[in-house]
Design a protein around this ligand. Structure first.
Ligand SMILES: Nc1ncnc2c1ncn2[C@@H]1O[C@H](COP(=O)(O)OP(=O)(O)O)[C@@H](O)[C@H]1O
Ligand SMILES: [Mg+2]
Length: 255
């Protein structure tokens, strides 16, 4: 059975695409059969994170009825498959975002996990993807605006029958003014916190290099926490230790 997981947030720029690319790559590395789908019809960039910006057939062509979904699936060197969206403005003409859910349903049975990079905002584009999913992964930054928008996404998800299966706190800098994990969790109705990914310049470097950080900088803190997230999503034990320098730092800063 295919698990359809929508990576959403409400707010833009919090790390959905970064997490989709890394989580998908890591799950594939763990032997899962994964398809990632770019459901950002207006501002797609999942394929840029993976270094594959141009495709002859995209999700846009499928939504316009010009191609079948199977024609828009591409193999990636990281061992996963990707359904990209078209990046040109011309691609947008004649596309109805409500059809995203139909396209997703057509992929059922084609993979173990279908990971969907959902558009920012809570308009039709996002809702259509959330509606077709079995579960939502909420990505937040540790700040009030992000958590408030994520709560809205969670509530709208519930209205279309899709529940939050976990929360990912991204870009934690460890600064005093950031929201605490327990406050984020209680604002989000006690949802499971699956991962806390630190602010890490390796992520920006890996985006510039168009390779997920789990490949580009596997020894970085961000990559460690991405792997931990993937284990959590797959429901397997995570036994890898924190890098030594990180453990030492934790010890030194413990109060
Ligand atoms: N943990 C992180 N540490 C540092 N920079 C990050 C991290 N996560 C994301 N970023 C940066 O934030 C940018 C926006 O992230 P992105 O995944 O595109 O957000 P969204 O898809 O939610 O709009 C990325 O291009 C990357 O440079
Ligand atoms: Mg994005």
């Amino acid at each position: 059975m295919t698990r359809v997981i929508a990576v959403c947030s409400g707010k833009g720029g919090v790390g959905k695409t970064t997490i989709t690319a890394n989580l998908g790559s890591q799950l594939a590395k763990m032997g899962k059969d994964v398809i990632i789908l770019d459901a950002n019809l207006t501002t797609p960039n999942l394929s840029m994170h993976l270094g594959m910006p141009l495709y002859p057939v995209t999700l846009h062509d499928v939504l316009k009825g010009r191609a079948s979904i199977n024609q828009a699936i591409y193999e990636h060197e990281n061992g996963l498959r990707i359904v990209p969206s078209g990046i040109s403005l011309r691609d947008l003409r004649g596309v109805d975002s409500r059809d995203i859910s139909t396209a997703l349903l057509e992929l059922l049975g084609s993979a173990d996990i279908l990971l969907v990079d959902v558009a920012a905002g809570l308009g039709r584009e996002a809702m259509s993807a959330m509606e077709a999913a079995d579960e939502l992964l909420l990505v937040v930054n540790p700040e009030m605006t992000s958590v408030t928008d994520a709560l809205k996404a969670a509530k709208l998800g519930e209205q279309v029958g899709t529940r939050v299966s976990g929360v990912i706190i991204n870009r934690r800098k460890g600064l005093e003014y950031e929201m605490k994990t327990e406050d984020i969790q209680s604002m989000l109705d006690g949802a499971d916190i699956l991962a806390e990914i630190p602010e890490d310049v390796s992520v920006q470097k890996s985006v510039a290099a168009r390779r997920p950080v789990v490949y580009h900088a596997p020894d970085s803190d961000a990559a460690y926490h991405m792997r931990r997230l993937a284990a959590g999503v797959a429901g397997v034990a995570f036994t890898e230790k924190l890098p030594f320098r990180k453990r030492l730092w934790k010890l030194l800063t413990a109060r």
